[in-house]
Design a protein around this ligand. Structure first.
Ligand code: GDP
Length: 140
């Protein structure tokens, strides 16, 4: 089934010059970019985005990091886009991520792991709506 997912190239990925590298991998895997913009999240926008993690011990550090610099947010579309994107980015902890995944190759820390990808259809719906309105998303 055609599906949409939200991707973020996080502040560490942008700062390390990885925008092109990440986008190339998405395009080569058949993930179609149907919306994209660069943003610099405020602390409260980062807190809203990661609200599901507000009780976690790393919430403060994570939301500081996500608001520390610009990121690139994208809507990706494909058959099984959520699973395809998660397969490309790899496990949360880059040390456990499979060879060849974005996090395995480029992450420097469990937190600074270069990319975000929605992990379920419910999360994708919330996350896409958090950053984009329907007029900003191209395609049927
Ligand atoms: P994801 O879906 O693979 O991004 O992982 P989670 O939803 O579990 O966590 C969200 C983000 O929080 C991760 O991508 C990391 O940036 C960060 N994170 C996860 N676990 C930890 C942790 O144990 N410590 C710190 N500092 N950050 C973490």
């Amino acid at each position: 089934m055609k599906e949409r997912t939200l991707s973020i190239i996080k502040p560490d990925g942008v700062a390390s010059g990885l925008i092109g590298e990440v986008i190339k991998r998405f395009e080569q895997a058949g993930l179609k970019i149907c919306a994209m913009k660069m943003i610099h999240m405020s602390k409260s926008q980062a807190e809203g985005f990661y609200a599901v993690h507000r009780e976690r011990p790393f919430f403060e550090s994570l939301t500081n990091f996500m608001s520390s610099g610009p990121s690139v947010v994208m809507v990706l579309e494909a058959e099984d886009a959520i699973a395809k994107n998660r397969a490309l980015i790899g496990a949360t902890n880059y040390k456990e991520a499979a060879e060849g995944t974005i996090r395995r190759e480029f992450a420097t820390d469990i937190e600074k792991n270069v990319v975000h990808g929605s992990d379920s259809p419910e999360a994708a719906r919330f996350e896409i709506g958090y950053f984009f309105n329907s007029l900003e998303i191209v395609g049927g």
